[in-house]
Every structure is written in structure tokens, then in C-alpha cells.
Design a protein. Structure first.
Length: 344
């Protein structure tokens, strides 16, 4: 039997994250890592409830979600050996029954996988990006691309650097040098050996290939978006895919800042006024279906003719964007109010 929504003077949302039975039993707004989101939603008159998900009690979660107006989801695509297949089916079901879901699995599929780098390669944030649907295509095409310089191979679905490799030719050998984004040191392998490691990526999925950005060691700028508005920035120097020991020693934690940070106002304008509208048009995503929180990671590209930095998109994160700048919860709450008002 479907759970019916109870009459309420306030709209209600669930904040869903992954956890075990103990986490589900003990979950409160106050002990949640999303406590500031709960507070921001309460401040704009929205009643929010923590919901913990696991496949073992999925039916109970489904009943909970059918009793609210909307659900905000924070679950990684791959975590502890589990994926989102069961959860996404559940979310599609409750959405079909009238519950607003953000981010909806169909939206994640369009903008939250690495394939978005290929589909938006013609935009201002794009570069020479290839898409391999099969291992055979990668075997045939990658050597030619490596002749132009190092490349970065990315599995279509993943997080935390899983399935991301820097690959480059060796000048005096038929071997290639590969650096796993989750490791500290590179290896010398044959192309066939690399393909065997990547074999699972092609199981009903694809692989994206981009040129390595030589300014990566200068840091990555993460632009946080609430719907189509910028909610803040993060900047940090990274170790992943950086070979130089000196550059790696400069890596540090991401430092968060507001959307008013003067260093990133050009990027904010590009994201709000140009790139997000182009993204939604290319991917056929209605503006009001954009996730309540998502982010885009940018590497510095070639310096432009006017002396400003170019930006190259490295990935878009949609499934589980956390942590985020202190200002983001208020921006999320604003977008939730707007979305629920459209729906209710």
C-alpha cells in the first residue's frame, strides 16, 4: 500500500544519505553532517527529515519518501563496493508517484557522468575530448592521441579519483607510463595491460579521454552551483596525476569561499550567464530540474589573448556534493523553496 502524504501547513523534504541500520535508527537533524542544510531549510519554512538508505531496508525508505513532498539525495555512485542501481530505481519510482527528487537519476545520467565532458567539448570549457565505447576503440585510437602528448583516461562513472589515469608515451620504449589518480607513483605498462585494468569500465559503459592539462599543478577551482546560481567556490592544489615531487608537496586541503570572492568573478559570470544555459540546452535539462547542489571542477587552461586564464572542465559532481562552502545551505534552501512552489 502506498503511503499518503499527511496534511501539513509546511512543505516537507527528506534528506537521504547512505548508512546502516544503526545510523538509520539514530539519525537526527542535529547529528547529521547536513545539519546546516536542515537549519537553512527550517529558516525558510520547510520541514526536513533525515532518511538513511541501504538496500537491505529499501522498502521502508520508499514508504518514507512517499510521505514527503521532495527528497534531496547525497549518495555516491560507487561506495564500499556498492553502486546506486537499486537506489536509482527506487527514486525513479517515487518520482513517478509525484515526489520531487533532486538530483533525479535521469539528470545525474545526463550531467553527472564523465561523458558530459565529451558531450560539451564544443563549449568554452571544452577541449580535445574523445569517447571510447569499447576497449577495441580505445586500443585503436589512444596511440594516435598519445602522439600529441599525455592524455587522461576517465571511467564514465566514479568518484574519488577511481578509474582516472594519466597516460603518456615513453620516448625510447613501446611501453606507456601510467599514473593512477589514487596512487602516488607511476608504472610502465603495455597498452594491453592498461586495457585489462580498464576492462570493467566498458561493461555497459564508456571511457572518456582528454588531454592532460599542464597547469594542473597550479590547482583546481571547484564552482558550487545551487540550480543555476553560483553558491561558492573551493580551491586547492592537488596530488592526483601530478608527477613533480615539488608540486605534490604543495598539495593541501580545499579552501572554501563565498560566491563573492573577487578571484573567481569571471568564472562565476561564465557559469551563470553562459555555460550553465549552454549545458542545459545541450543536455536537454529544464532549468528547474538542475540539482539543488552540484559542482564543476576546473583546471587552468591556456592563457587567453586578453591575459585572463582559460578554464578546462575536469568533471561535474552531482550525486553527493559534500562538503561545500558555508554559504551554500542558504542557496540550496532558496532553490528548494522555488522548486516546491512550482510543484505544489
Amino acid at each position: 500500500m502506498d503511503t499518503e502524504r499527511q496534511p501539513s501547513s509546511r512543505p516537507s523534504v527528506a534528506i537521504l544519505s547512505r548508512g546502516d541500520a544503526a545510523a538509520r535508527r539514530d539519525a537526527t537533524a542535529q547529528n547529521s553532517r547536513f545539519v546546516h542544510v536542515f537549519e537553512a531549510l527550517a529558516a525558510v519554512g520547510i520541514e526536513a527529515h533525515p532518511v538513511i538508505y541501504d538496500e537491505s531496508f529499501a522498502e521502508e525508505v520508499r514508504e518514507q519518501l512517499l510521505s514527503v513532498d521532495g527528497v534531496l539525495v547525497w549518495v555516491n555512485p560507487i561506495q564500499d563496493g556498492r553502486n546506486r542501481a537499486g537506489l536509482d530505481a527506487l527514486l525513479r519510482d517515487v518520482a513517478a508517484r509525484g515526489v520531487w527528487v533532486s538530483a533525479h537519476p535521469d539528470v545525474i545520467h545526463k550531467m553527472g557522468t564523465k561523458e558530459v565532458l565529451y558531450r560539451t567539448r564544443s563549449m568554452g570549457w571544452g577541449c580535445d575530448t574523445a569517447l571510447y565505447q569499447t576497449a577495441e576503440a580505445m586500443r585503436a585510437e589512444l596511440p594516435t592521441r598519445l602522439a600529441t602528448g599525455p592524455r587522461v583516461i576517465k571511467r564514465n562513472r566514479g568518484n574519488g579519483g577511481q578509474g582516472v589515469w594519466k597516460v603518456e608515451r615513453l620516448p625510447t620504449s613501446a611501453m606507456i607510463r601510467v599514473l593512477d589518480a589514487t596512487k602516488d607513483g607511476s608504472e610502465e605498462l603495455t597498452l594491453d595491460h592498461l586495457l585489462r585494468r580498464c576492462a570493467e569500465y566498458f561493461q555497459n559503459d564508456s571511457v572518456v579521454d582528454q588531454p592532460f592539462q599542464p597547469r594542473l599543478s597550479e590547482g583546481v577551482v571547484r564552482c558550487y552551483m545551487a540550480g543555476d546560481r553560483c553558491a561558492g567556490f573551493g580551491h586547492h592544489k592537488v596530488k592526483a596525476l601530478v608527477d613533480s615531487p615539488a608540486a605534490r608537496s604543495e598539495a593541501g586541503p580545499r579552501l572554501y569561499t563565498s560566491n563573492a570572492d573577487p578571484r573567481f568573478q569571471r568564472l562565476r559570470r561564465l557559469m551563470e550567464d553562459e555555460w550553465t544555459p549552454q549545458l542545459t540546452s545541450l543536455l536537454d535539462i529544464p532549468r528547474h530540474d538542475l540539482p539543488m547542489i552540484w559542482d564543476a571542477d576546473f583546471m587552468l587552461g591556456p592563457v587567453q589573448a586578453d591575459g585572463t586564464d582559460g578554464y578546462v572542465l575536469g568533471e561535474i559532481n552531482v550525486s553527493s556534493v559534500f562538503p561545500f562552502p558555508d554559504q551554500a545551505p542558504a542557496e540550496i534552501a532558496k532553490r528548494v523553496v522555488d522548486r516546491l512552489q512550482r510543484r505544489l
